[in-house]
Design a binder for this molecule. Structure first.
Ligand code: NAD
Length: 330
C-alpha cells in the first residue's frame, strides 16, 4: 500500500524500512507534521502514518478523506490527537500500536523518580568539576515509601512491578481493577485516598475528556505535603500552572515530566538557538526540583522495532480486508 509517513525522523525511517524489508508497502517520508495546512502532501495516498503531534482534527480528516485517504496508521498507543468520531463519519479507519514496550515507559518513569530523588544530574556535573561535596544531594529510601499509580493498564502494571522491586507500598486508582496488580499486592483506593497517602504519584492513564486536568488546584490540595508527581502519560492530564503554584507553596516537593500540555510547539525539535516563547514551560525549568524530558519515555530500540512491525501488520490487515485487532473504535 502507498503510505505517507508524517513527522518523520531518521529513526522512524530506519525502523519502518527495516520492518518493510520485503517491500510489502511503499513508504514516502515527510518531515512536516500533518495538520490542516499540510494535507496537500497526503494527496494520492490511501494510507497515512502519523505520530502524536500530527493534528488529525475534523478539518484535517475531511481534507484527506476528499483526497482518497482511507487509513490512518498511528505509530502510537495514545490517539487523543485524532477526532475518532469525525474519522468514523468520513469512513477513515484508524489503527494504532496499543503496546510496543510498556517496559520502556515504566522504566523511564522509574528513572525520573531516581533522578529527582538522588539528583544524578547534579552529581554528574559536580564530579566532573571536582566538586565532591554532598551538600543538597540528600535523598530518601524508596524502600518503604508509598507509590500511588493512576491507571494500571500495561504501563502502570510494569511500573508497579518495578516499584515493588524497590520495596515500595503500592496504591492504585483505576476505573477497572487489574487482576495481575491485585495478585501482586497492589491496593486499589479512591483517587483522593491515593493522593493523601502517596509519597510518589505516577500517572499512567490515557488522556480523555474525563481525565483532562486530573491534577488541578483541587486535587493538588489533597496531595501529601512534599510529594513527588511523575507524568509520563499525556501533558493534558496536568494543569501545569496549578503545578507551578504547588511547587512554589512546597505542596509538591518534586515533579518529573516526560510530557507537557503544550509540547506540540516544543518537543522533538532542536530549538536550542531559538527564543522559547512559552513562559509557563520556561518557568517550570527554573525549579531545581523539576526534571523534564522531551517525550522520550517510549524511545528504546525495542519499542521502535515493535512500533514499526505492528504498524506494518496493521496496514497489511487493512489492505487485505482482514479484521485488525488494533482498530480504534469510536
Ligand atoms: P492501557 O490502556 O493499557 O492502560 C490505561 C489504564 O488507564 C487502563 O487500566 C484504564 O482503565 C485506566 N484509565 C482510563 N481512564 C482512567 C481515569 N480517568 N482514571 C484512572 N484510570 C483510568 O494504556 P498503557 O499502554 O498503559 O498507556 C497508558 C498511557 O501512557 C497512554 O494512554 C499514553 O497516553 C501514555 N504513553 C506515553 C508514552 C511516552 O512516551 N511518554 C508512551 C506510550 C504511552
Amino acid at each position: 500500500m502507498k503510505v505517507a509517513v508524517f513527522s518523520t525522523k531518521n529513526y522512524d525511517r530506519h525502523f519502518l524500512l527495516e520492518a518493510n524489508a520485503d517491500g510489502a508497502h511503499e513508504f514516502v517520508f515527510f518531515e512536516p507534521r500533518l495538520n490542516s495546512e499540510t494535507t496537500a502532501l497526503a494527496a494520492g495516498f490511501p494510507a497515512i502514518c502519523a505520530f502524536i503531534n500530527d493534528q488529525l482534527n475534523a478539518e484535517t480528516l475531511s481534507a484527506i478523506a476528499k483526497q482518497g485517504t482511507k487509513l490512518i496508521a498511528l505509530r502510537s498507543a495514545g490517539f487523543n490527537n485524532v477526532d475518532i468520531k469525525a474519522a468514523t463519519e468520513l469512513g477513515i479507519t484508524v489503527v494504532r500500536v496499543p503496546a510496543y514496550s510498556p517496559y520502556a515507559v515504566a522504566e523511564h518513569a522509574a528513572g525520573l523518580i531516581l533522578t529527582l530523588n538522588r539528583k544524578y544530574h547534579r552529581a554528574y556535573n559536580r564530579v566532573r568539576e571536582s566538586n565532591f561535596s554532598l551538600k543538597g544531594l540528600l535523598g530518601f529510601d524508596l524502600h518503604g515509601s508509598t507509590v500511588g499509580i493512576v491507571g494500571t493498564g500495561k504501563i502502570g502494571m510494569c511500573f508497579a512491578q518495578i516499584m515493588k522491586g524497590f520495596g515500595c507500598n503500592l496504591l492504585a486508582y483505576d476505573i477497572y481493577q487489574n487482576p495481575d496488580c491485585l495478585e501482586m499486592g497492589v491496593k486499589y483506593v479512591e483517587f483522593s485516598e491515593l493522593l493523601a497517602a502517596s509519597d510518589i504519584v505516577s500517572l499512567h492513564c490515557p488522556l480523555t475528556p474525563e481525565s483532562h486536568h486530573l491534577i488541578n488546584p483541587t486535587t493538588l490540595e489533597q496531595f501529601k505535603s512534599g510529594a513527588m508527581l511523575i507524568n509520563t502519560s499525556r501533558g493534558g492530564l496536568v494543569d501545569t500552572e496549578a503545578v507551578i503554584d504547588a511547587l512554589k507553596s512546597k505542596k509538591l516537593g518534586y515533579v518529573g515530566l516526560d510530557v507537557y500540555e503544550q509540547e506540540r510547539d516544543l518537543f522533538f525539535e532542536d530549538l536550542s538557538l531559538e527564543v522559547i516563547q512559552d513562559d509557563v514551560f520556561q518557568h517550570l525549568l527554573t525549579f531545581p526540583n523539576v526534571i523534564i524530558t522531551a517525550h522520550q519515555a517510549f524511545f528504546t530500540k525495542n519499542a521502535l522495532q515493535n512500533i514499526a512491525q505492528t504498524t506494518l501488520s496493521n496496514i497489511t490487515d487493512f489492505e487485505k480486508g482482514r479484521e485488525c485487532k488494533n482498530t480504534v473504535i469510536n
